[in-house]
Design a protein around this ligand. Structure first.
Ligand code: ADP
Ligand code: ASP
Ligand code: MG
Length: 844
């Protein structure tokens, strides 16, 4: 049987010769190999894949997580003459610890093997410290030790040679030379070395673990492929070995629309083209080394990015073509630590060859230019270079234009450090108008200033240079401009009592339906929940049905932190629903509203409490968030909105009256003398129709608050003190403890029975009505309405409001219906939330 490592055929991409096992190249990054447990997980994963595929597996590995950083620091420290020993010992111990778990019986001699590697490393570092062994190759040898160790560690985790697993030090095969654009694999040399190697080596039945990152140069000296180079190693071996599959395993589900550490809402892409992946990685997406795509493309090999921690996720496939996606932009990335270099002057106008001169000078100084932008006036040319090369770049350009500067034709060369490039990448941008507009609009909304703009002729990339301080805000804003519904609301819920709980249920039932309308859809994201003691903040989303559980496990309440979290800069809108019923929380509304956070509440404190606070809330809504409190009057009934509609269309409220308490409505609808009033109160309390202390209903305060809310809405700045209130609780019972009040409830019966007898004698009935007269007099009281009055035809807990306006003079405008209970109240709150979303552009 021919060896799978035979010299490659000239037609890469063709199926392997019959009888030959299929070849799958995997690459595991450092994050997948952090310690012994991670190695065991990877081994289990490979065993599973092996059983399913029965092919040969070549597993390219990075160093254990963070090891390369430490090795680089060790080499630097020894050369600088600082103490490298503690870090060295810790690194050694970390490897030995892994060995002691994975090879506890020392069957593979891993511990000793690693000790020998570290002893040699110690010798090298000592030599470096004393001024020897400091060549590039020596240094590369130190940097690459992590991969040498991790390959052996994983081989042991897989069961070693007995289990059919071998090791391959990539330096035996891979030849790579540094060039202007970084290191490049020498294919011919590598192929012939692979052929020689496979002649020498026994084939392993299951596969080999290969060191990533390291290689030899044309002279045979140690070299590395650059940071994150194991991705490139894997693609190179994929090509050299004529792999049928190439999988890069990492710690995220695939290539995401942006760096998830910066954009919590980044989404995983199903597929992308080599060109897109190339561009994205070139512009800073650290998930892939930018050179990874070329060998895969040459070999016609798709790259699959998958998550070691979530192998069930399909991952991202990178191949020639990518499926059309919802957004024309596939991904966003940031290139940090850049500088803007600007050459300007009137003398540049129309002078041919200026750009050439400038870029030739930069090229000669080995400065790489990441982005170029020139205004058509040619008054200035600017480009973006790495911050570390900025001084070099300025000098090169200044000396190239020394004569022009002297003559005053060129003003000079200006360098601005602290710049980032934000790049938007996607094949779909080609010929799709409006992409740039959306990007700039996103930045403008976040008030991010753009320093320079460039669009590649391929139209696959639009890059903008921003101040580093704006980088993350800009990235998030552009991300939401492309990936989020403009009606995305970040929601915080305070006080999940009865109404809050009902709201959670309604949210959970409706979220999907509301989101299903594409760009018009409403994306409601519950991201925070709090009660009077605790809060729970979720970076992305709290499923409503799990919110109470999360709250139980939450942290101590900090309302400022809560609001700050809800007002996430990466989501377009923020809203706080306050179901706490706490007067103190209403004090926060003006601040929240002023900060642009919308506020919705079923609680009457803000609307009927302190007038100065009410006015501050009104003032804040003029420029800030919206304030929704429809559910404060008539629960889910459209009371405030009806009044508003009249007022906004130029009508004027002259008077109103109505039944504004569901509890009192129920009590007096039932009170016909057949049962004592106290018995009805007890029954209502048991049915949950009253507040826990029924005096809160019977006192009339609650009704008076609603009256104040409606009056203020109509422009009459009443306060509770201005309302005449009839308290149905006799004075001796008003201040006694609840228990005592309940025990003495019968004391209500005699006075109320007398009132009822009077009413019945006149052929009437009792109703507890709120009233505001034409002259502004406001009262809430138990009355006998005149015959035919609408309140006499209400049922159960019905609320009823009659608006007398300039237009509705003879016959009032009436709103009537059930006006109490957590479900209808929550629906009123939900309605306010949706009304705000609608005002933001949602189509319902
Ligand atoms: P590995 O150790 O597997 O090579 P890396 O840390 O090199 O892992 O790359 C994976 C990391 O890259 C992710 O954890 C993520 O934080 C980061 N990253 C940056 N941009 C992106 C992106 N667009 N898509 C996915 N991951 C990204
Ligand atoms: N270990 C190397 C690094 O940290 C290579 C890699 O992980 O891909 O850069
Ligand atoms: Mg990596």
């Amino acid at each position: 049987m021919p060896s799978p490592l035979a010299p490659p055929r000239t037609d890469p991409g063709q199926p392997l010769a019959p009888g030959l096992k299929s070849v799958h190249v995997h690459k595991f990054g450092g994050s997948s190999l952090a310690d012994a447990a991670h190695n065991q997980r990877v081994a289990a994963l490979l065993d599973e894949m092996d059983a399913a595929a029965s092919g040969l597996q070549f597993v390219v590995v990075s160093a254990m997580h963070g090891v390369t950083d430490t090795l680089i620091a060790l080499a630097d420290a020894s050369i600088a003459g600082t103490d490298w020993k503690p870090a060295f010992m810790a690194l050694r111990q970390r490897h030995l610890d892994a060995a002691d778990v994975l090879d506890s019986g020392s069957a593979h001699g891993l511990h000793e093997w690693l000790e020998a590697r570290f002893a040699a490393l110690g010798d090298t570092l000592t030599a470096m410290a004393s001024g020897q062994a400091r060549s590039e190759a020596d240094i590369a040898g130190v940097h690459g030790l992590g991969e040498v160790c991790s390959a052996r560690v994983l081989q042991v985790a897989l069961g070693g040679a007995d289990a059919g697993w071998g090791c391959l030090d990539a330096r035996e095969v891979l030849v790579a030379n540094p060039g202007e654009l970084g290191v490049t694999v020498d294919w011919e040399a590598s192929q012939s070395r692979l052929a020689q190697w496979s002649e020498r080596e026994q084939q392993c039945s299951r596969g080999r673990v290969i060191t990533g990152f390291i290689a030899r140069d044309g002279e045979g000296a140690n070299t590395t492929l650059g940071r994150n180079g194991s991705d490139y190693s894997a693609a190179a071996f994929g090509r050299l070995l004529h792999a049928n599959e190439l999988t890069i395993w990492t710690d995220v589900d695939g290539v995401l629309s942006a760096d998830p550490r910066l954009v919590p809402d980044a989404v995983c892409l199903d597929s992308m083209s080599y060109a897109e992946a190339n561009e994205l990685s070139y512009f800073g997406a650290s998930v892939l080394h930018p050179r990874t795509m070329a060998p895969a493309l040459q070999a016609g090999l798709a790259i699959r990015i998958r998550n070691t921690r979530n192998p069930a996720a399909p991952g991202t496939v990178i191949s020639l073509e990518s499926a059309a996606a919802a957004s024309p932009v596939k991904g966003l990335s940031l290139v940090e630590r850049m500088a803007l270099l600007e050459l300007s002057g009137a003398g540049l106008i129309g002078v041919p060859g200026t750009a050439e001169r400038m870029f030739a000078a930069l090229h000669a100084a080995s400065v790489s230019v990441t982005m170029i932008s020139q205004g058509s006036s040619e008054h200035s040319i600017c480009c973006v270079v790495r911050e570390a090369q900025a001084a070099q770049a300025r000098e090169a350009v200044a000396s190239a234009f020394a004569d022009a500067i002297e003559e005053g034709l060129v003003a000079g060369v200006e360098v601005t450090p602290g710049i980032v490039i934000l790049a938007a990448v996607g094949d779909g941008m080609v010929g799709s108008p409006g992409v740039a507009a959306r990007l700039f609009d996103g930045l403008a909304k976040a008030r991010v200033n753009i320093r320079a703009i460039a669009q590649g002729a391929s139209e696959r990339n639009i890059s903008v240079a921003l101040d580093a301080a704006d980088a993350v805000r800009g990235l998030r804003a552009v991300h939401s401009a492309f990936w989020l519904s403009p009606q995305t609301l970040s929601i915080g819920l305070i006080g999940p009592g009865k109404v809050g709980r009902a709201l959670l249920g309604q949210l959970s039932d409706s979220l999907q339906r509301l989101a299903g309308e594409g760009q018009r859809g409403i994306d409601l994201r519950l991201r925070a929940i709090a009660n009077s003691r605790r809060m729970s903040l979720a970076p992305r989303n709290l499923p409503p049905q799990q919110a109470l559980e999360a709250l139980e496990a939450g942290e101590a309440l900090d309302l400022d932190a809560f609001a700050h979290h809800v007002r996430a800069s990466h989501l377009p809108h923020a809203l706080i629903v306050d179901c706490s019923g706490s007067d103190a929380i209403a004090d926060y509304y003006p601040h929240w509203l002023a900060a642009g956070i919308h506020v919705v509440t079923p609680s009457k404190h803000a609307g009927s409490g302190d007038l100065a606070r009410y006015q501050a809330i009104r003032a804040a809504t003029r420029h800030g968030g919206r304030f929704g409190y429809e559910a404060t009057v008539g629960a889910g009934l459209p009371v405030i909105v009806t009044l508003r509609n009249q007022l906004d269309t130029g009508d004027e409220l002259t008077a109103f009256e109505g039944v504004l308490s569901g509890t009192l409505a129920w009590l007096f609808n039932r009170f016909d003398g057949s049962v004592p009033f106290s018995a009805l109160v007890r029954e209502a309390r048991e049915l949950g129709y009253t507040e826990p202390d029924p005096r809160d209903d019977l006192s009339g305060i609650d009704v008076a608050r609603k009256l104040v809310i409606l009056a203020r809405e109509a422009g009459r700045m009443l306060s509770l003190e201005d309302v005449e209130i009839e308290n149905l609780v006799p004075p001796p019972l008003q201040d006694v403890p609840l228990e005592e009040f309940l025990a003495r409830l019968e004391e209500l019966d005699t006075p109320l029975q007398a009132r009822l007898d009077d009413a019945l004698a006149g052929g009437g009935a009792l109703r507890y009505l709120a009233r505001m007269d034409r002259d502004g007099r406001a009262s809430v009281a138990l009355v006998v309405p005149p015959a035919g009055h609408a309140s006499l035809y209400t049922r159960l807990t019905d609320n009823l409001i009659q608006f007398h306006t300039r237009r509705y003079t003879d016959n009032p405008l009436v709103v009537q219906g059930p006006g109490a209970g957590p479900e209808v109240t929550a629906a009123g709150v939900f309605g306010d939330v949706l009304a705000i979303a609608q005002a933001l552009g949602a189509r319902l």
